[in-house]
Design a binder for this molecule. Structure first.
Ligand code: UD1
Length: 418
């Protein structure tokens, strides 16, 4: 069990380069299966979720190797189309392999990803899209078998703009005969990255970033390359850590245009935020003002993954702050842990009301999930004395050396490797 020790009270100062995006690289790794090609991906974050995705490729008979921040993948000779339970459960978003396997082999057999810390994670929209493309799907208690001797283009209308379902549909549609149109598609920046990669592999895909995506053809290529864009949630995390601890930070290699609602909320809290191209500069001093009401929504709304971090930053705000979570029912488990620091948070269904307190005190907390764990570390940076965060293994699923990076900014954060 990994335990983090945080001593709060030191302001953060310095410059950090934002890591490549976890949520962008994972579907790209899965999509590399679409045809026999070698792919070079640059700016890939070194994360346990990325390792898990590479292990899935290796299990399937592909080669996948890391060299610094580059991943080299060769998918010319995969030998199987099943993914065992143990591998599926190592990565929450492993269901993204369903579309690529179906496209490549006409068959896919995976175990179900199951629920997770954020509440139930249904995949009905993924399966709906694949069925419309011609897949026959058998759902077992813990497994899914998809078969399609012939995928055909379809008009797919998603009841919700699910990121994962949009990605699976885009990838599978590349192997279909005829055109596919996806309506009410997710508009997240990660969808645009996937489109760029699919185009690099030879697919005709357009519309990513809008609610309508068209896939009209595919002439497979044998080489593809892509640079993974910056991680918008990691950027939001470092800004919120600074809002908690106070100080002055500059992020480089960032994409400020992708986190406008987060930057606006930090400004409303009294942080001085400025952006210049790929740089974000922020200073934070004293008790923050309230961010008002933070309502999570699909992109370009306030990202659900950044809400726990902003909640950490608002625990000491001078007026109440309201959070409304619209994406995941189990999002607030970190809030219960934050109360140990002296935070005043009232939870009512999708709403959380934070009444800021003058001082937070170090406490022992347990990490509930990836972003919740990072939010507890952020909150502890703004508390007096020492805090511990146990069960913190989740954090490294999404952050490359978060502890080292915070130390480089002057924080006292140590990870006990157990
Ligand atoms: C992705 C991100 C995750 C982020 C989330 C929302 C990755 C690897 N993960 O997750 O970090 O928090 O987007 O921005 O990119 N839903 C259904 N049926 C489905 C699929 C989804 O009802 O078949 C619901 C979910 O329960 C949830 C909502 O749709 O309430 C959004 O989920 P979705 O966009 O699919 O999130 P993920 O792709 O799992």
């Amino acid at each position: 069990m990994s335990i983090w020790h945080i001593t709060g009270g030191s302001p953060l100062r310095g410059q950090i380069r934002v890591q490549g995006s976890k949520n962008a690289v994972l579907p790209v790794i899965a999509a590399s299966l679409l045809c026999g090609a070698d792919t070079e991906l640059l700016n890939c974050p070194n994360l346990s979720d990325v390792d898990a995705a590479m292990d899935i490729l290796r299990y399937l008979g592909c080669t996948a190797a890391r060299c610094g921040d580059a991943l080299c993948i060769d998918t010319t000779a995969p030998a199987r189309c099943d993914i065992p339970r143990e591998l599926m459960h190592r990565m929450r978003s492993s269901v993204i392999f369903l579309g690529p396997l179906l496209a490549r082999f006409g068959e896919a057999e995976v175990s179900l990803p199951g629920g997770c810390e954020l509440g139930p994670r249904p995949i009905d929209l993924h399966l709906h899209a694949l069925r419309l493309l011609g897949a026959e799907i058998e759902e077992g208690e813990d497994s899914i078998v998809c078969r399609a001797s012939h995928l055909r283009g379809a008009e797919i209308s998603l009841a919700l703009p699910s990121v994962g379902a949009t990605e699976n549909a885009m990838i599978a549609a590349c192997a279909a005969e005829g055109a596919t149109v996806i309506y009410n598609a997710a508009r997240e920046p990660e969808i645009e990255t996937l489109q760029s990669y699919l185009c690099a592999l030879g697919a005709d895909v357009s519309g990513a970033g809008s609610p309508v995506i068209r896939i009209t053809g595919f002439s497979p290529r044998s080489h593809a390359g892509l640079r993974i864009p910056p991680d918008r949630i990691a950027a939001a995390t470092y800004l919120c850590c600074t809002a908690c601890a106070g100080g002055e930070i500059e992020l480089t290699a960032a994409a400020p245009g992708q986190i406008v609602p987060v930057l606006d909320a930090l400004r409303a809290m009294g942080c001085a935020v400025s952006t210049h191209g790929e740089r974000i500069h922020m200073t934070a001093h004293g008790r923050p003002a309230s961010p008002g009401a933070i309502v999570t929504r699909p992109y370009p709304g306030f990202p659900t993954d950044a809400a726990p971090l902003l909640m950490a930053a608002s625990l000491r705000c001078t007026r109440p702050a309201m959070f409304i979570e619209n994406i995941f029912s189990g999002r607030y488990r970190h809030a219960e842990e934050m109360r140990a620091l002296g935070a005043q948070i009232v939870l009512r269904g999708p709403m959380a009301l934070v009444t800021g307190v003058e001082t937070l005190h170090g406490a022992s907390m347990k990490s509930p999930d990836l972003r919740g764990g990072a939010a507890l570390v952020a909150a502890a940076l703004g508390a007096e004395g020492e805090s511990t965060v146990t069960d913190a293994g989740h954090i490294l699923r999404g952050y490359e050396s978060l502890d080292e990076t915070l130390r480089s900014l002057g924080a006292s954060v140590w990870r006990e490797k157990a």
